[in-house]
Design a protein around this ligand. Structure first.
Ligand SMILES: CC(=O)CC(=O)O
Length: 677
């Protein structure tokens, strides 16, 4: 245990804990139920022992409904996935558009520097017009509306118009390849698709017509009735008739809008469990799983997190870096449910220069900044200290997710932006469109530690026999032993629930198994994700996570640009060995000195048994389109499998670099440097 938390260091304490919404909520729960819950830990215990907690949240965060709930939960069609608030009627979009005043709703920015502000009144009007056009074109409750769009005002309007009707929204980022898009949309069979016609990325423009044309042709036999093309991101021009002619059943957005009857915005009143989004699991090989999320589940879960963990309210400006293909996009959209301003950013934050991007955050007075360890490391690697570029006085919260934020990066981020910032790391997933563990606004932050289990989430740490080991300080599997409202409704096309059961409920029968390897600090109650559990490193029976190695490598950021650590066990091997791949910064040689320094640092920080058996240089590290390192596919490749990458791999060619490491013995004799234990 001490290995993980030996250096636990307090880096932040809440300045006025009793003023946080979390504490106001705790006092409200006490008042309502005549309880005496003294602190967050007692509140958490209450939250996972009483389903009534979800009713408390409903009332506290203000869910708008036409028929309020009279029952909290009952058995669902699939045993493991209960039905929540069965009698209630509500509309998701109505909850996000509850404001119709001239206060700021969205700031839409592009890498070109173009910025546009939209008020709640304007947003509502745009949604009204689009919903009317969708209805005029036969889009109705339960239809799938798909999008291939950037993180822009159009994406928000399409999602909300879809939800106002009770249709189901699903999106991918425009950089997803044709096959990746088809792997998703051939399964869910959308009635209409909204797509960009031309996008910009790192200063270059990309014509979307060939891709959309292929997609539309392939989906024509899957019930697709229309493709609506947005104007070019760069030139704001609409497609010509000749370009439209290449895409079956296509119209421009303005022509589509003109078909609406100018009627009022109607919010269909639907059950809490009505499907809202289809999100996709990031399988790097097989077809993606189409995860159906409910309107009420996403609304309640995510608004709970934003209001209580991040303290988001109407004074806030919330920026979450995300594409429309990641679950953080619907998460971010919920900023509107809190009455905040949300910032939509399309493009690369590093183009033309990340300094411009950081100044933009400062200029727009971003108060809650959602980012990833990869972004933070890159800024650090470029030697930039954000607070020297601009003022981050308005910044209250930095929320990091997507991968593990290591202790050194916690410390750097806290100091480099604003030492008063509440820096939190959140971990959950697409599977629940929310977090299991994350920020606790009223508690201190220790470097490298996720502050706690989120309210209502009965997270436990199991060993392989299903025994709870969290208070021993030993790492184990993250499980959730009680249902919560943002469990998915199921997978699209899996009516019996067999696939959903296999994905989450078989490792420990009947218990949600997330597939993350996690450890708890019994002293602080803080948590640390050590990696994906199928990527756990297991040489000679010592089990540890790749995040532990990445953490040590933070001290080498002047030389090491990126890294990947996986286990290798080929059919001929008796035991697993750990391989560490390094991508070096330009002009940094891969030599024995560097390798020996890394070996020594891992030995000192962790133990001699954590030292990788071999360290190699590679040109590229594979990532998913959502910015996650691809460990499992590389582990399989170096262990002898041959894989066909799915559309989820952002740089599929990079996987080819790893096949040669199966023939390890040859390589060691040629260009690799062997680490000695
Ligand atoms: C909240 C999250 O868990 C985000 C992610 O890593 O996909």
């Amino acid at each position: 245990m001490d290995g993980h938390f030996a250096q636990s260091k307090l880096i932040w304490s809440p300045p006025r804990p009793s003023y946080t919404s979390l504490e106001v909520f705790r006092r409200e729960v006490n008042r309502k139920h005549g309880l005496n819950l003294k602190d967050f830990h007692e509140l958490h215990k209450y939250s996972v022992e009483n389903y009534e907690f979800w009713m408390d949240v409903w009332e506290f965060i203000g869910i708008i409904s036409s028929v309020p709930p009279n029952k909290i939960v009952e058995e669902g069609r699939i045993k493991e996935l209960p039905t929540w608030f069965p009698g209630a009627r509500l509309n998701y979009a109505e909850n996000l558009l509850h404001r119709s005043d001239d206060g700021g709703a969205c700031i839409a920015a592009r890498e070109s520097g173009a910025v546009q502000h939209y008020t709640y009144r304007q947003l509502r009007e745009m949604v009204r017009k689009l919903a009317a056009a969708m209805r005029a074109n036969g889009v109705t409750k339960g239809d799938r509306v798909a999008a291939i769009v950037t993180n822009s005002i159009d994406a928000v309007v399409i999602a909300l118009a879809t939800a106002s009707i009770g249709a189901i929204f699903s999106s991918t980022a425009p950089d997803m390849g044709t096959q990746g898009i088809l792997d998703r949309y051939q399964q869910i069979k959308p009635k209409v698709i909204f797509s960009e016609s031309e996008v910009a990325w790192t200063g270059k423009t990309f014509d979307m017509v060939p891709k959309v044309s292929e997609v539309a042709k392939a989906l024509a036999t899957h019930g697709l009735q229309g493709v609506i093309l947005l104007p070019s991101v760069a030139s704001v021009k609409e497609l010509s008739a000749a370009q439209l002619g290449k895409i079956p059943k296509s119209v421009t957005m303005s022509a589509f809008l003109a078909t609406g009857d100018n009627g009022p915005l109607v919010f269909e009143q639907l059950p809490f469990n009505h499907p809202l989004y289809i999100l996709y699991s990031s399988g790097t090989t097989g077809p993606p799983k189409c995860i159906i999320h409910t309107a009420g589940g996403v609304l309640l879960q995510t608004k709970k997190e934003l209001r209580l963990s991040l303290g988001l309210n109407t004074d806030d400006t919330y920026f979450q870096f995300t594409t429309t293909g990641w679950m953080m996009w619907p998460y971010m959209l919920q900023g509107l449910a809190c009455g905040a301003r949300i910032v939509l950013f399309d493009g690369s934050p590093f183009y033309p220069d990340v300094r411009d991007f950081l100044r933009f955050l400062s200029r727009e007075s971003v108060s809650v900044f959602g980012t990833s360890p990869r972004f933070l490391s890159e800024v650090q690697g470029q030697g930039i200290e954000p607070s020297k570029l601009a003022s981050f006085a308005a910044l209250r919260v930095i929320s990091s997710t997507g991968s593990v934020l290591t202790p050194p990066m916690f410390e750097w981020t806290q100091q480099a932006f604003n030492p008063n910032v509440h820096l939190l790391s959140v971990s959950g997933g697409t599977d629940i469109c929310g977090g299991f563990v994350g920020g606790v606004a009223s508690s201190p932050v220790y470097a490298g530690e996720i502050q706690g289990k989120l309210l209502g989430m009965k997270v436990e740490i199991f060993d392989s026999d299903g025994k709870n080991i969290e208070d021993t300080g030993a790492p184990g599997e993250l499980v959730c032993t009680r249902p919560h409202p943002s469990l998915p409704l199921g997978f699209w096309g899996d009516d019996s629930g067999e696939r959903v059961r296999k994905a989450y409920f078989t490792t420990y029968p009947g218990v949600w198994h997330q597939g993350d390897f996690i450890v708890k600090n019994p002293k602080t109650q803080g948590l640390m994700i050590l990696g994906r559990s199928d990527g756990v490193l297991n040489p000679s029976g010592v089990r540890f996570g790749s995040a532990e190695i990445y953490s040590v490598l933070e001290d080498f950021s002047d030389a090491v640009d990126d890294s990947l650590c996986v286990g290798q066990r080929r059919p001929q091997d008796k035991d697993e060995r750990v391989l560490l791949f390094l991508k070096l910064r330009p002009d940094h040689p891969f030599d024995e000195t560097l390798v020996n320094r890394i070996r020594a640092a891992i030995r000192t920080a962790l133990s001699p048994r954590h030292v990788p058996a071999h360290i190699f240089e590679v040109d590229e590290i594979p990532y998913t389109v959502n910015g996650k390192k691809i460990e499992i596919a590389v582990k399989q490749i170096v262990s002898g499998s041959t894989l066909k990458p799915s559309g989820t791999v952002a740089n599929p060619e990079s996987l080819k670099l790893y096949y040669k490491f199966r023939d390890l013995e040859d390589l060691i004799h040629s260009n690799a440097i062997k680490a000695k234990l």
